[in-house]
Design a protein around this ligand. Structure first.
Ligand SMILES: [Zn+2]
Length: 215
């Protein structure tokens, strides 16, 4: 079944992109940094099955409170670690970004690594820490698309100088993602255009470096 992917990025506040995946009028939302009118309109036309948070930075979660007002029973899927990001303004970086403290108390459902199904959506969760401890990537194998949050961008990687960042974790995550990258894989990230597996292997020096290393 065809999966439509809508990208929401023209947000008035500093917020990450949201992705609304739609199959047969059922939808899955990836990240909710801001609940824009445009996103609301799109949500009104579908049945929302859940929200997946790629990691707990404020610009990926700030819209959750407003979303929960509209969908009180919304399932929120997340890589729960033993570090609090959602309700900790230091770890979610809102305190460093000249923003009001972001404190999200919504309950989340822990997403383990591996294969999951939510509604009509089949996906694989790959933990990709480095930018943050809780970062994960979501692969849709049938559609050959992956959502990498702030772990991987077309030409670079996410910052690794923030609370819980780790350069050695990042290197391990890059090695881990290698077998999933094929030429046609579409890669959607938190703050930039989409790219594909072929391009990222030529344009991203972190990927080039890690792929050229023999381990
Ligand atoms: Zn981030």
């Amino acid at each position: 079944m065809f999966m439509e992917i809508k990208v929401f990025k023209k947000f008035p506040l500093f917020s990450a992109q949201s992705y609304l995946l739609i199959k047969n009028d059922k939808a899955l939302l990836i990240d909710c940094g801001y609940l824009s009118d445009e996103l609301l309109e799109a949500l009104n036309r579908v049945t929302l099955c859940g929200l997946i948070i790629t990691h707990g930075h404020f610009d990926h979660i700030r819209g959750i409170d407003n979303l929960k007002k509209l969908y009180p029973d919304l399932k929120i899927f997340y890589n729960q670690t033993n570090t609090d990001f959602l309700s900790n303004p230091i770890n979610n970086c809102s305190r460093f970004a000249n923003q009001n403290d972001v404190i999200i108390n919504a309950k989340t459902i822990s997403l383990s690594e591996g294969v999951h199904s939510v509604g009509e959506f089949d996906f694989e969760v790959i933990y990709t820490p480095g930018h943050t401890k809780d970062s994960m990537s979501i692969l849709f194998p049938k559609e050959n698309v992956i959502f990498t949050g702030d772990f991987l961008f077309p030409r670079t990687v996410g910052r690794y100088d923030l609370p819980t960042s780790s350069i050695s974790d990042l290197e391990k995550s890059l090695k881990k993602i290698k077998p999933y990258i094929n030429d046609e894989l579409t890669i959607y990230c938190g703050h930039d255009q989409a790219t594909n597996g072929k391009r990222i292997c030529h344009e991203n020096r972190y990927i080039i470096d890690i792929f050229n290393k023999t381990f």
